[in-house]
Ligand binder design. Structure first.
Ligand code: SF4
Ligand code: MSK
Length: 631
């Protein structure tokens, strides 16, 4: 019977990486570990957020002897401005991804290559956005929905349409506090304008705009990205798949898709199943075409096709270092610029597909929706042709892999909950069985664990320790992004991980036939988590700030994560961070992000780089919420 000792431990993962680093030495390649050494110690001014280069009178750095920049900006203004710029960049990244997906929806046609796969969701969204549906062709509806969605970026008046999905109490609070999100581009532009030289120097105003900009992502761009992706490629369902480097196959073409935007990877996955290409591979004596994913693209295709996942963020170099990656095709975000040079140490072809992520040394095949399928076929053929260039003497594929059950958007969670209740109250179901389990103490609460991995801490260790301890303590986890991939690699998404849970959570897993950690998707899908939390609060009849549900990003690294953290606290949930935001040089900013936002939204950051301290903080936080609810 698989138990906790059947997990792939961090030590095993590190041993795999160490073995691959030996290959790196043999081929004279450098890895991120080498670059961490050359970048350490990090610049203290940067770490503390008190270096400003927002004008050419600077750069200015704050010290006790130089407490103000040349213009007079102090540490609080500088750290606050840097922080808001990070939120703006993160919001821009998620939201621009959504915009691209909307363009794909606008280009759909019945003959493809892009078609509408979830018509029900499209019609529901059309009704929500005031698009006429009666008697209309589904593609006319799709194009009108895309046009309304595109207006969310630049409309001159009004607020994000999805903000209406939040509980009334939240909407009123956002309006009252002046943080209700307007057009997405406007919030990003306002953030950049406020932080330009000679504008806002008041830290609280910068933090408030950070909340608003974050909300335009979580209840705007990211939510649009998630909804439209579901409409185009299908709302995810439950799949059993596998994860970690052992999913690469020695006797097959290994084609790796990496990044975030599934529009291209969906086509690559489909093209790899094209009979013509499968036969072409066979004609060369190759056993098959093995498409696997990295980072959030992996999450997207795993949840819709069961495609196996090679790993998370810090595993991207390892995949090439196996010597068995015939082609890596990337779209946008979280792609190391180091990859083309690394690929050149092997036979690996490295292909970029988006003008948003051009990298020197890459083969660039710019993806266009109308020719996407032909382009995907071209890439698959390139991978097949490259297989015979593989140098067997450089190949080492670690055996580590784990089985994972993935694909739990809110619709699937509700569906599973409905299996234990006859009270199917409305079309969209109810979270009441989960609420009852929390009230009864069978579950102590739920934690959304999200985000990247980061060499500032021992990679993946914090994720692993926090996840293990929380499930032992009967806390249900929902996960996205590289956190979900870490759980995959470790075996925590295996249904047998229930044996590592406390009695209560194990019973819930058995009853619902789920793993204790529910894979909800990619980074943009944290918007699903917001709807989950809002649904729980509404079905419970309490405020979002009152439910024993929190967020946690143990090893975050990207600006997208800063934006996410801001919309989560704006939604009223506490966020536990394992990496300190770069504002430590300002006491005002530290106070604002931990306690100040709590006074505005009811949510704030709790920060500790020690995962065990963080778990204790989370469990204490959940118990405080339970006690306040009288349970
Ligand atoms: Fe220095 Fe002010 Fe210019 Fe920043 S904006 S670089 S603090 S003078
Ligand atoms: S891919 S943003 S490293 S989670 Fe979404 Fe992973 Fe973080 Fe990128």
């Amino acid at each position: 019977m698989p138990k906790a000792n059947h997990f792939t431990t961090i030590e095993q993962m590190e041993a795999d990486s160490a073995r691959l680093r030996e290959t790196a030495c043999e081929v004279c390649a450098e890895t991120y570990e080498d670059r961490v050494k050359t970048q350490t110690p990090h610049c203290k001014f940067g770490e503390d957020g008190i270096c400003c280069k927002n004008c050419s009178m600077g750069p200015c750095r704050i010290t006790s002897k130089a407490p103000r920049g040349i213009c007079g900006a102090d540490a609080h203004a500088i750290a606050g401005r840097n922080y808001l710029r990070a939120i703006a960049a993160g919001t821009a990244s998620h939201s621009d991804h959504a915009r691209e997906i909307l363009h794909v929806l606008r280009d759909t046609k019945p003959e493809g290559p892009y078609i509408v796969r979830d018509e029900k969701k499209l019609v529901r969204l059309a009704a929500e956005w005031g698009v006429a549906t009666d008697g209309r062709d589904i593609y006319e509806i799709a194009h009108d929905v895309a046009s309304v969605g595109l207006l969310e970026f630049g409309k001159p008046d009004g607020f994000q349409l999805f903000s209406r999905r939040a509980p009334k109490e939240r909407q009123e609070l956002w309006e009252r506090e002046g943080i209700m999100p307007r057009a997405i581009d406007r919030e990003i532009a306002t953030a950049m304008h406020m932080t330009h030289m000679g504008n806002t120097a008041d830290a609280e105003s910068l933090v408030r705009q950070g909340l608003r900009t974050g909300l335009s992502n979580g209840w705007g761009g990211s939510m649009i990205g998630t909804e439209i992706t579901d409409i185009l490629f299908g709302t995810p369902t439950v799949w059993t798949t596998e994860g970690n480097l052992g999913v690469l196959e020695a006797d097959q073409v290994n084609l790796v898709v990496h990044g975030h935007d599934p529009a291209f990877s969906e086509m690559v996955v489909t093209a790899a199943e094209d009979k013509e290409l499968v036969n072409y591979a066979r004609s060369k004596g190759i056993k098959g075409i093995n498409v696997v994913g990295l980072c959030c693209t992996a999450n997207e295709v795993a949840m819709r096709h069961g495609v196996r996942m090679a790993g998370n963020f810090l595993q991207q170099e390892n995949v090439i270092l196996t010597g068995a990656c015939d082609l890596m095709c990337v779209d946008i975000q979280c792609i190391f610029p180091a990859l083309p040079a690394l690929a050149q140490c092997f036979h690996t072809k490295f292909v970029t597909s988006s003008p948003i992520a051009r990298i020197p040394g890459a083969i660039h095949i710019e993806f266009h929706p109308e020719t996407a399928y032909e382009q995907a076929k071209e890439i698959v053929k390139m991978a097949i042709d490259n297989y015979e260039r593989r140098d067997a003497s450089k190949v080492y594929i670690p055996e580590s892999k784990q089985q994972a059950t993935v694909g739990y958007p809110t619709e699937q969670i509700i569906k599973h909950l409905d299996t234990i209740t006859n009270s199917h109250l409305d079309e969209l179901g109810s979270y009441r069985p989960a609420i009852d389990a929390i009230k009864a103490g069978v579950l102590r609460g739920a934690v959304a664990i999200v985000g990247c991995n980061n060499p500032r801490v021992r990679p993946d260790y914090s994720h692993f320790e926090i996840m293990k301890e929380l499930i032992e303590n009967d806390v249900l986890i929902v996960a996205t992004g590289c956190a979900a991939q870490m759980a995959t690699k470790a075996g925590l998404l295996n249904k047998d991980a229930k044996y590592a849970c406390g009695d209560g959570l194990r019973r819930v897993c058995e009853l619902l036939d789920i793993p204790p950690i529910l894979h909800m998707g990619a980074c943009v899908d944290i918007s699903r988590m917001m709807l989950l939390a809002a649904g729980i609060a509404e079905d419970w009849g309490v405020k979002l700030t009152e439910i024993p549900v929190v967020g946690c990003a143990p090893e975050w690294m990207s600006e997208k994560a800063v934006s996410i953290a801001n919309y989560v606290v704006s939604t009223g949930l506490d966020v536990y961070l394992g990496i300190e935001p770069q504002v430590k040089g300002s006491s005002q900013m530290m106070e604002l992000i931990t306690e100040g936002t709590r006074k505005i939204t009811g949510g704030g950051f709790i920060i500790s780089t020690d995962p065990h301290v963080l778990v204790k903080n989370i469990l204490d936080g959940l118990e405080v919420k339970r006690a306040a609810l009288g349970i």
